[in-house]
Design a protein around this ligand. Sequence first.
Ligand code: ME8
Length: 524
Amino acid sequence: MSKGKFYITTPIYYPSDKLHIGHTYCTVASDAMARYKRMQGYDVMFLTGTDEHGQKIEEKAKAAGVTPKQFVDNIIEGPGGILDLWKLMNISNDRFIRTTDDYHEHAIQRIFRKLYEQGDIYKGAYKGLYCTPCESFWTESQLVDGKCPDCGREVKYAEEEAYFFRLSKYADRIMKLFEEQPDFLEPASRMNEMINNFLKPGLEDLCVSRTSFTWGVPVDFDPGHVVYVWVDALSNYITALGYENDRYDDYDKYWPADVHFVGKEIVRFHSIIWPAMLMALDLPLPKKVYGHGWLLLDGGKMSKSRGNVVDPVILAERYGVDALRFFLLRTFPFGSDGTFSNELLINTINVDLANDLGNLVSRTVSMAVKYFGGTLPETQAADPEKDGELLAMASGLRGRYEAQMEKYQFQNALEEVFRVLDRANKYIDENAPWVLAKDMEANGARLAAVMYDLLETIRICGVLLQPFMPDSCVKIFTQIGAAEELRTWDSAESFGGLPRTVTVEKGAALFPRIDLEKELEALK
Ligand code: ME8
């Protein structure tokens, strides 16, 4: 039976360049969360997509000598494009929205007209400082050292006739939202930033149309204007469910979103502008916006325009998709920035995956084969003193893991799993199966129980690792003899799911150890 619905979104990405590992980070996090919720029994809608309009794309297409649509089609659908990347990374999105999809464009026109007719959008003139790469107008006071506060680049004076959204009208209601629902925006530090940097100084009305370029959704009642990208982009979260269009019919089922995952530089759009738009449309607000940190390289945000990007495809092909997915969520706390390095990646793979997990599985399965021909005997002898701690840790694991996942603390959830795996490794040393095996007549029953406890601990950890490493966990289950029904969320609730006389099957090493020095040299 369904536990209810869970609607999760990633930002929709600009198809202006190939995506890098920073984009992959948020998508993998959303995917892990979506898989986790599905396993728990929720009816999940996981949305991602592309944000295709705007001046930047128009300019890039021109430089490439193609139409904007040809340009974005190639980056999204072409070989090695965004769709290929998500397929490679095993992203399980239920829907993919492109803001150039007809249904979305028509819905945007209806939304824009509705807001205009009710007076929430009005016509004026925009004079201000404009950052072309970010497609944002800024006031003097918002600049940092005279430059764009988001990307640090030059801004230039610009003036044009434009439509405005009455953002200022909603300032009090947004402030009230933050006060009454302190978990609306997390981590908490991001909410303080929004209050101090944007709400307290006062919200200005927002420019929502442009006349200086044409690659956008046309304002149908005023040709020459195109809808400014953020109204177009943010609305994707509802048009993709069927709001103001007939393409889909899931709006009532899934809206409001349970969580929008977004990078920290677009928190302002999601926690202030988006709620204000929804208030104007008289629609419910998302339950939560989670602003994650950036992956940094060489001290700065990894981004194509800075030229310091890491290609996820190269890493996934070298080390495996699961290892890369795992690394991203195991290493960096989701709410904070983290510095990427090849060394960190390889060390994580070696320590956690090759050693703690991979080696545990292979040792355990090998011993079960060596001592019992692969099938454990019926007669087993528990030793409460020696088994108690491992069993207690493994039995309570699912609850501790869930407590962290519910807070989007992927790193901590994985830490819980690895504490149990560490404990299992220690359990092997404490029980020294190779010593027990010397006298099978006297110790065979005890040895079988030790093997069983190890296999069952591995099974529970495997169930909980599935949202992060879906393919590798299937390989683990095959080796330890865990049938389909022993891979489910319910089955990890308590210890003892595997049949006592389980049959194991030796397989290839799950995560081969990497030679750090050699590999760092090769990656250079
Ligand atoms: O912002 N580390 O698109 P985008 C972590 N179209 N995350 C990173 C990152 C890094 N180094 N670099 C980028 C847009 N990201 C808009 C969104 S939503 C209605 C519209 C994240 O392709 C970034 O923080 O520039 C953002 O959340 C996402 O990638 C998309 O960035």
